[in-house]
Design a protein around this ligand. Structure first.
Ligand code: PBG
Length: 329
């Protein structure tokens, strides 16, 4: 029995009808806003490739947290921006490191009671070479030393938990880091700190603007030997399985829009909560088109976030979080 008995347009005629049959929703509480925290006071320096996104000092980060809470956002993810770097990325686990200080300051504010504070765990913002792990060299060939890196990541994760992170989120893509972090957290009395692992993180051109924001571009070579090949969906599923086996409480998919099929496949495969990271390049691409008047600001942003939720993500990390919450409000 088809047309004219079936008329799909019957349920699209009015706003209330459309609202009634809408399958996917986006709410402010599903959105996590990234912060790039730097040293100093009263600092708010725009990232040139990310209009409206700033490097901010700790005092400003507290203000951002207050705004995020008042908008009803789900939480914040913190990245450190620092000029003091070394071979091992010591700043990542420094008790007085930039993210540790920001976490303690935000934790003291009222806002933190309504927000989930996530600490990204990686070395690339703190290493002089900009790689996510320890670099070794033999006969002119560089390698990222997986196993030596694990201890450092675990130290960083523990120090963020100690400073007040509600969740730690390793983004380095070393093998075995979830287990290493879980063991270290448990040993240090943080057995209730969840791990959100960037389980399927692809080697992507879309991280370009982030590296300007965080000052974390590799000084030589690239990240292909640890981040995943963008062509591989089955391999992404193995990464996810392994991270969950190692103790990941939640997984993060990244980037989001160019990899919606991977998010969907993950959703159908596993029961753990899934987040998706609408990364810097996705933000910059949309923002550039919006600024040119080529895309409608409100609709393009909400449609992009809806697509991520529809693919199966429970929550999204997005530089549009505050803007979107205002549109949804
Ligand atoms: C750190 C990290 C990166 C991003 C999140 N954590 C950069 C990278 O892997 O090069 C990218 C986020 C974005 O592009 O918005 N390893």
């Amino acid at each position: 029995m088809s047309f004219p008995v079936n008329r799909m347009r019957r349920i699209r005629r009015t706003d209330p009808l459309r609202a009634l049959v809408r399958e996917t929703t986006v709410e402010p509480g599903d959105l996590i806003f990234p912060l790039f925290v730097c040293a100093g006071e009263g600092i708010r320096k725009e990232v040139s490739s990310m209009p409206g996104i700033y490097n901010i000092s700790v005092d400003e980060a507290v203000r951002e947290a207050e705004e995020a809470a008042s908008l009803g956002l789900g939480g914040l993810i913190l990245f450190g921006v620092t000029a003091s770097k070394d071979e091992r990325g010591t700043g990542a686990w420094d008790e007085y490191g930039i993210v540790q200080r920001a976490l303690r300051a935000i934790k003291q504010s009222q806002a933190s009671k309504q927000l989930v504070l996530i600490a990204d765990v990686c070395l690339c913002e703190y290493t002089s070479h900009g790689h996510c792990g320890i670099v070794t060299e033999s006969k002119g060939t560089f390698e990222i030393d997986n196993d030596a890196t694990l201890k450092l990541l675990a130290r960083a994760a523990v120090s963020y938990a100690k400073a007040g992170a509600d969740i730690v989120a390793p983004s380095d893509m070393m093998d075995g880091r979830v287990a290493a972090i879980r063991t270290a957290l448990d040993a240090e009395g943080h057995s209730y700190t969840p791990i959100l692992s960037y389980a399927s993180k692809f080697f992507s051109a879309f991280y370009g603007p982030f590296r300007e924001a965080a000052g974390s571009a590799p000084q030589f070579g690239d990240r292909r030997s640890y981040q995943m090949d963008g062509a591989n969906l089955r391999e992404a599923m193995r990464e996810i399985d392994l991270d969950i086996e190692e103790g990941a409480d939640m997984i993060l998919m990244k980037p989001a829009m160019p990899y919606l099929d991977v998010i969907r496949a993950a959703r159908e495969r596993v029961g753990v909560p899934i987040g998706a990271y609408q990364v810097s390049g996705e933000f910059s691409m949309l923002t550039a088109a919006i600024q040119n008047g080529w895309l409608d600001h409100d609709r393009a942003i909400l449609e992009s976030l809806t697509s991520i939720r529809r693919a199966g993500a429970d929550f999204a990390i997005t530089y549009f979080a505050k803007v979107a919450a205002k549109l949804l409000g």
